[in-house]
Design a protein around this ligand. Structure first.
Ligand code: SF4
Length: 228
């Protein structure tokens, strides 16, 4: 089992909803700014959570929880994901999935089977800088296909972490061309604390003014906000 943590109640992980958050370990990327690097690089150092205990909790809280967020790590890399989502659905709870979009076949299957209600997909950077940003070799055709799939879901968001020196204004403008048609684009401010690549601990986060300017840069038909 690869479920490593349960946050029993969150007001911040699914906009406007009271959610429980399930963290899964493992990821095919190594984003230098990753904050969940322990789940990515050294999952064995984190104890597993008993899935039956999670389900018991969801059962007891199903009267007041609005939904469950499944995050990681990268959940779509784990073959157990569909059965976990089925278990959550059996409790009558809507599901938000966080994903890096690298496995479109899984995303397509989950949408077809009605196992996800909301998808938040990272679009890490313009395609020419994707490998550097993800810290891995990325097939950007897969990213483009996942963007199409996620955009077809009425409830979704695309999000990009703004890392100075790595994700520049021209990259944000390029990302907007990839996600055209979306109604929800989130720019996340990079934070240097507790990151995977310690060199990034020295990078200063963008200012409020810089984040505002990036939002302004995005076309008016792509509703955009920044967070963090
Ligand atoms: S996609 Fe990147 S940021 Fe997300 S869990 Fe994997 S390494 Fe961390």
């Amino acid at each position: 089992m690869t479920v490593k943590s349960l946050v029993k109640m969150s007001l911040t992980d699914w906009d406007g909803k009271v959610s429980a958050v399930v963290f899964m370990s493992g990821c095919n990327y190594r984003c230098p700014y990753c904050h969940n690097w322990q789940l990515v690089e050294d999952p064995d150092s984190v104890d597993d959570v008993d899935w039956n205990d999670v389900l018991d909790y969801l059962e007891s809280a199903s009267g007041w929880l609005d939904g469950v967020v499944v995050t990681g790590g990268e959940p779509t890399c784990d073959p157990v994901l569909p059965s976990l989502l089925e278990d959550i659905k059996d409790k009558g709870l809507p599901i938000k999935l966080d994903t890096n979009g690298s496995v479109p076949d899984v995303i397509e299957s989950l949408i077809e089977r009605g196992l996800v209600d909301y998808i938040a997909m990272d679009v890490k950077n313009s395609y020419k800088k994707y490998d550097e940003t993800a810290g891995a070799r990325v097939n950007t055709d897969d990213i483009a296909r996942s963007i199409e799939l996620v955009r077809s879901l009425p409830d979704h968001e695309f999000r990009t972490t703004v890392v100075p020196g790595l994700v520049e204004p021209e990259d944000v403008a390029t990302i907007c061309t990839y996600i055209k048609g979306t109604k929800n684009f989130i720019l996340q401010r990079f934070h240097p604390e507790n990151v995977l690549n310690k060199e990034y601990s020295e990078v200063s986060p963008p200012s409020d003014e810089e984040m505002d300017a990036l939002v302004e840069l995005c076309p008016g038909d792509i509703p955009t906000e920044w967070r963090g």
